[in-house]
Ligand binder design. Structure first.
Ligand code: GLU
Length: 286
């Protein structure tokens, strides 16, 4: 399969160093792109300084480097893209696809997810209260096709599910920034963990509101620890050992169901990536 127009990306949020689960995602997106002769990008989604230890970005990039996962273009940092997110928000506000909302989570819970002051209709003149900006979803039974999981069906409920796109604290939210940058970087294919599957129908509406066609999606299973929890900072996933990149890549290929031969168990990084690219079989992902 050759598709030189293919543009994929790995988009980590730097909340901690790379762990095995994020390596598996990075490797899957890299091999999908490379096996099709496409481009592969890295984008650091550093939108929330309160959750991001300052050293995490450097650690993640050093780890990707150690594992031979080099991008085809300069790395993008979302912390340098605030103007683009603000422009998108202004556009959405003007179109009536976004609105100011001072409601707290408690207000919404007490009102079954509806906005007590009818924020969507401008009912809550923001006044002095701090406000967030939310995207105004449309009611929709959304059907779409995941390249690994097949047909997907998601219900989107207007008002009840409206995602925050600019937080009260002034931080731009993932749900907006990911779409703005995937559009701006001409990303054609998103490979990511299936913990983000539920976000997809909402993101499709944001794509359309910004006048763009959504990309293709491929959601890979998340890697679990022995207790059956997703590997993450919250579940104390250990940082990858950058001194054993070959071993890590071999295990990541195994985790992706690619069945690398035992003779590669001690192979260098380049050999493993070459083998992975030549033998990549998306349907074998388990
Ligand atoms: N930054 C997101 C995360 O680390 C992933 C974004 C995406 O791939 O859509 O969970």
């Amino acid at each position: 399969m050759n598709n030189p127009q293919y543009r994929g990306r790995f988009a980590p949020s730097p909340t901690g160093p790379l762990h095995f689960g994020s390596l598996v995602t990075a490797l899957a997106s890299f091999l999908e792109a490379r096996s099709q002769g496409g481009q592969w990008l890295i984008r650091v989604e550093d939108l929330d300084p309160l959750r991001e230890p300052p050293e995490a970005t450097g650690q993640i990039l050093a780890s990707l480097d150690a594992h031979g996962l080099f991008p085809d273009e300069p790395i993008r940092f979302q912390s340098r893209r605030h103007d683009a997110y603000q422009t998108a928000i202004n556009q959405l506000l003007e179109q009536g696809d976004a609105y100011r909302c001072p409601c707290s989570r408690k207000d919404l819970q007490a009102n079954n997810g509806h906005h007590p002051h009818h924020c969507r209709n401008g009912g809550a003149a923001a006044g002095d209260r701090p406000f967030a900006i939310r995207f105004a979803l449309r009611d929709e039974d959304c059907h779409w096709q995941d390249l690994l999981l097949g047909p997907q069906y998601q219900t989107v409920r207007a008002e009840l599910d409206d995602p925050v796109i600019l937080r009260k604290e002034g931080f731009y939210a993932y749900q907006l920034a990911v779409v703005v940058d995937d559009i701006d970087q001409n990303v054609t294919d998103v490979v990511r963990g299936s913990d983000l599957l539920d976000m997809t129908a909402q993101q499709q509406q944001i794509y359309r509101a910004l006048g763009s066609r959504p990309p293709r999606w491929l959601h890979i299973p998340v890697i679990l620890n022995e207790e059956g929890q997703k590997l993450s900072k919250q579940t104390h996933a250990p940082a990858l050992d950058d001194n054993a990149p070959g071993k890590n890549l071999f295990e990541a290929l195994v985790a992706l169901g690619q069945n690398p031969p035992q003779t590669l168990a001690k192979a260098p990084v380049e050999t493993l990536l070459d083998w992975g690219q030549a033998n990549w079989h998306r349907g074998a992902i388990t």
